[in-house]
Design a protein around this ligand. Sequence first.
Ligand SMILES: *Cc1c(COP(=O)(O)O)cnc(C)c1O
Length: 362
Amino acid sequence: MIKFLDLEKINNRLRREIDLEIKEVLDSGWYLQGEKNKEFTDNFAKYCGVKHCVGVANGLDALNIIIKGYGFTDGDEIIVPSNTYIASILAISLNGCVPVLVEPDIKTYNINPDLIEAKITDKTKAIMVVHLYGQAVQMKKVWELAKKYNLKVIEDSAQAHGAIYEGVRTGALSDASGFSFYPGKNLGCLGDGGCITTNDDELFEQIKAIANYGSDRKYHHIYKGINSRLDEIQAAVLNVKLKYLDSDNEKRREISKYYRENIKNPLITLPETYDESAHVWHVFPVRTENRDEFQKYLGENDIQTIIHYPTPPHKQMAYKEWNNLSYPISEEIHKTIISLPISPVMDNNDIDKVVEIVNAYR
Ligand SMILES: *Cc1c(COP(=O)(O)O)cnc(C)c1O
């Protein structure tokens, strides 16, 4: 069986280093807000090219805390793509803000910048872009609109650690960015984890406090904050794994290139990219008319796949009020998309087998 993502194999490559780091945390007796957290957030800020990084408990919290940090609240509108993982939208709803959905571009699967301006009202406070499937959003138009209407730009970078748009990494393409270190992400820890990156000094002070019970110093609470921290063990593991992020992303790029050059089947639409360095191939999504039948065929041939995602957010029960709305491009994507295996630990035999089996599909 070719696994969609062999996490055990990915982490076992670094087992000795990870074991040592975890042992250091255990021996230190210090489990939260310590040296490992400081070291990792400094390293990750440097990696992204930003001034500040704050560790938090997961990717949803990262986005939620950014919105709280800017003080967006009841009735404020935030623009967000209709084709995304539901977390981007939940972070907006959690704060009483109104998610305003904008359709994606069918070629990039990311928000279509040309459709944003029509959705801006006098209640709009921010544009949240999502670098979906690992590809950095083409930001030019988004920045122009933000400037013209005085809006904040927020990135959901949960799927795109290390992706580069015009020389700048995700995490540094907006006012503030949320990352997830969920185990299956390109940079993943051994449980839940996340962080926020920003160049905004004032926001930095606010989010640090909000993530720590609204406290700027011990037992002194200036906000009604939450508890959302990146623990020392996860930070220590991430310190090890960050060193390998670029080479792992390079391996994903090679596999993606090989798939794009060698999969030749008129029934399968391959993903494209506007620039090889802009994409870190968190997943390799292809589209096909009879998607469920194709998935069954691959399964029978020992190839594991996952669908990102089977149901768009506006058709979920959680958003009953939107169920009758129509976002045809998103719906088309969710109906036809399927992700093939891609990971830094696949070997050439696995890759060739995927190509062969996909090409033989009729
Ligand atoms: C994974 C993910 C999140 C949420 O991250 P968690 O750490 O699971 O909370 C948010 N947005 C996108 C696009 C994601 O893929």
